[in-house]
Design a protein around this ligand. Sequence first.
Ligand SMILES: *[C@@H]1O[C@H](CO)[C@@H](O)[C@H](O)[C@H]1NC(C)=O
Ligand SMILES: *[C@@H]1O[C@H](CO)[C@@H](O)[C@H](O)[C@H]1NC(C)=O
Ligand SMILES: *[C@@H]1O[C@H](CO)[C@@H](O)[C@H](O)[C@H]1NC(C)=O
Length: 305
Amino acid sequence: MMCGRWAVAAAVLALMLAAGPAAAKKEKEKLCDKGWECKGPSKYCCNDTITDFFQVYQFENLFSKRNAPVAHAVGFWDYQAFITAAAVYQPLGFGTTGGKKMQMKEVAAFLGHVGSKTSCGYGVATGGPLAWGLCYNHEMSPSQDYCADNYQYPCTPGAQYHGRGALPVYWNYNYGVIGEGLNIDLLSHPEFLEQNATLAFQAAMWRWMNPMKKKQPSAHDVFVGNWKPTKNDTLSKRLPGFGATMNVLYGDLVCGQGYIDSMNNIISHYQYYLDLMGVGREFSGDNLDCAEQVAFNPSGKSATS
Ligand SMILES: *[C@@H]1O[C@H](CO)[C@@H](O)[C@H](O)[C@H]1NC(C)=O
Ligand SMILES: *[C@@H]1O[C@H](CO)[C@@H](O)[C@H](O)[C@H]1NC(C)=O
Ligand SMILES: *[C@@H]1O[C@H](CO)[C@@H](O)[C@H](O)[C@H]1NC(C)=O
């Protein structure tokens, strides 16, 4: 069922296996169910959970301009939606892996992607270009209808598959596969992603936590150290760190092209958030960029285009 030219995108399907390598050795680990925001049981919930180190004021600092009059999704995004969405993924390790510093870094990394992809801070915006994350919740002037022939995820008549969400989703097949992952019919109702901030964050977290293809790592895996590069990975300059998260999510749209603006912009958001969260950009980690990385999935057909 995964053949043909949409194989790369369809491969996101594989993701459903995805509790990740850690799931296999779950037995014998102490299981916890700490607080409403980490519904378990899970070994990941024994340590701090996200609300222990990331609170409303920090969210407000990171996204300080999102409700400015000129923003495009005023009143849509809020902290509660982020935390409610995270409750689904914290038991799988999102923001709960590796001790407090790594946990904070993962939240900064995830939100760095989100902030950069939803920013309207280019140019001369007040507060600086990095203060404008979560300015959008959907693409303003779609240049095409993003409907591709797809046997498994055919377009619903009348539905529009332009970019929506916290890590914007484009194309019918991506709405289809992510909807399947979330058990919500996004193929029939892509508009849900611009109507429900919790769902928008959940869709983004699902993408962060799941690989694009079977046997590949997720963005989460490459960031928190769950992933061991193969010889091929090493030859392709793919190494664990923030750089590889861009490779997983965007492939050669962002990676392997030197120090291009689209890559630098994502890194800048990550580091800005590290500073604001009190971690500090000096802890950005090794392999911060993907300027020389070969894409995990060459071709540019990734879920965010
Ligand atoms: C819990 O925290 C400890 C100490 O910070 C860390 O070594 C361990 O990896 C954490 N547990 C999980 C499941 O991440
Ligand atoms: C928004 O999405 C969340 C998560 O899928 C769901 O629990 C909630 O009921 C939705 N809210 C509305 C108003 O549909
Ligand atoms: C390693 O890369 C080579 C060349 O790109 C490819 O032919 C081979 O299948 C890869 N091996 C694995 C195990 O992915």
